[in-house]
Ligand binder design. Structure first.
Ligand code: NAD
Ligand code: TYD
Length: 340
């Protein structure tokens, strides 16, 4: 099979590409990525020389480029990870999120209609459901929970989900959607909570906790997410939405303290800072459907996953040091500038 993976130079897409290239040597994995600030060729580097892998630099919203790629590759499956993904950035520049997350998804869907496809899979987020109150631990997001977004990011992701479902209903496009909770693990871009705290703590820099730190996220190890997506594209039912999460709720403050203690640092590094506008209080996924329909279960407990993740950041300093210094953005030109 030919599988186009968009956003494969980012955090989750990168982990997915590594898994697919290794696990399915007979499938061709074609990564389409615009290499925005969040895309990093050093994330793709471990599979670059693999015979079943190809990297293509391009924007999912560039219709001509996407059509040309589909005409050349004739993908059987498209998995769309490409997105602007950071809530704080969406508050400052919402328009970028509409362009990539909505318009880009629309272009991919049109390409799937035009060239034919076995499956289009949209990687969505639990943030499309909005948030849950902190004092109702009995409430969870199911696939039936109404969409009720808070940030420009989540609104753009929910819009894309609706477009994907509309293309299924109207044109019969064979689609699936997954809505996952917060991921953590290797290759997570340093602007997000967990890597930011690890890297700041390593430098004995203040750890900026928004508001009171009581907001709750439902953390899932990235490899469990990737495995779930693979199960959905192979065995999921067309037209269905699957929530993905492992019942691992933690307050932000608890996550930060775990990182501090693992690294042997002091809690005095914690600095409470001004809250994020519209800050979602609690996310919590009910994963019953994917468990009962597809037999998916998370394999990595948070205690193990967070230790592995911290160790990964300790073992892969050049990866994040190049990001912090800005060097990673020249890497593509340096490595591939004269290869094209
Ligand atoms: P990321 O920001 O780390 O990576 C995004 C990737 O997409 C980057 O490689 C970037 O270069 C690429 N990209 C951005 N705009 C593009 C465009 N116009 N054309 C082509 N490529 C483009 O994001 P992530 O955290 O890996 O998230 C991947 C997907 O998973 C997103 O759709 C996100 O909404 C979703 N998701 C993320 C989480 C999470 O916890 N990170 C949880 C649930 C769902
Ligand atoms: P983030 O990693 O941005 O993911 P999301 O907003 O999509 O859940 O943030 C996770 C949580 O951590 C969220 O409640 C905001 C909070 N946060 C901080 O307290 N400080 C920070 O520096 C960052 C980046 C996030």
């Amino acid at each position: 099979m030919n599988i186009i993976v968009t956003g494969g130079a980012g955090f989750i897409g990168g982990n997915f590409v590594h898994m697919m290239v290794q696990q399915y040597p007979k499938d061709n994995i074609i990564c389409l990525d615009a290499l925005t600030y969040a895309g990093n060729m050093e994330t793709v580097a471990p599979v670059l020389e693999a015979p079943n892998f190809q990297f293509v630099k391009g924007d999912i919203a560039d219709r001509d480029h996407v059509y040309a790629l589909f005409a050349q590759v004739h993908p059987d499956i498209v998995v769309n990870f490409a997105a602007e993904s950071h809530v704080d950035r969406s508050i400052v520049h919402p328009e970028l999120f509409l362009q990539t997350n909505i318009m880009g998804t629309g272009v991919l869907l049109d390409a799937c209609r035009k060239y034919g496809i076995q499956r289009y899979h949209q990687v969505s987020t639990d943030e499309v459901y909005g948030d849950l109150p902190l004092d109702r631990p009995d409430l969870f997001f199911t696939e039936e929970t109404p969409l009720h977004t808070s940030s420009p990011y989540s609104a753009s992701k929910a819009s894309a989900d609706l477009l994907v479902l509309a293309y299924h209903r109207t044109y019969g496009l064979p689609v699936t959607i997954s809505r996952c909770s917060n991921n953590y693990g290797p290759y997570h871009f340093p602007e997000k909570l967990i890597p930011l705290m690890i890297i700041n703590a390593l430098h004995d820099k203040p750890l900026p906790v928004y508001g009171t730190g009581e907001n709750v996220r439902d953390w899932l190890f990235v490899k469990d997410h990737c495995r779930a997506i693979d199960m959905i594209i192979r065995n999921g039912t067309v037209g269905e939405v699957y929530n993905i999460g492992g019942h691992n709720e933690q307050t932000n403050l608890d996550v930060v303290k775990t990182i501090i203690h693992t690294l042997g640092k002091s809690e005095a590094l914690i600095h409470f800072v001004k809250d994020r506008p519209g800050h979602d209080r609690r996310y919590a996924i009910d994963p019953t459907k994917i468990r009962t329909h597809l037999g998916w279960e998370p394999e990595t407990r948070f205690a193990d996953g967070i230790s592995q993740t911290i160790q990964w950041y300790l073992d892969h300093r050049p990866w994040w040091e190049h990001i912090i210094s800005g060097d990673y953005q020249q890497y593509y030109e340096r490595m591939y500038g004269d290869r094209a």
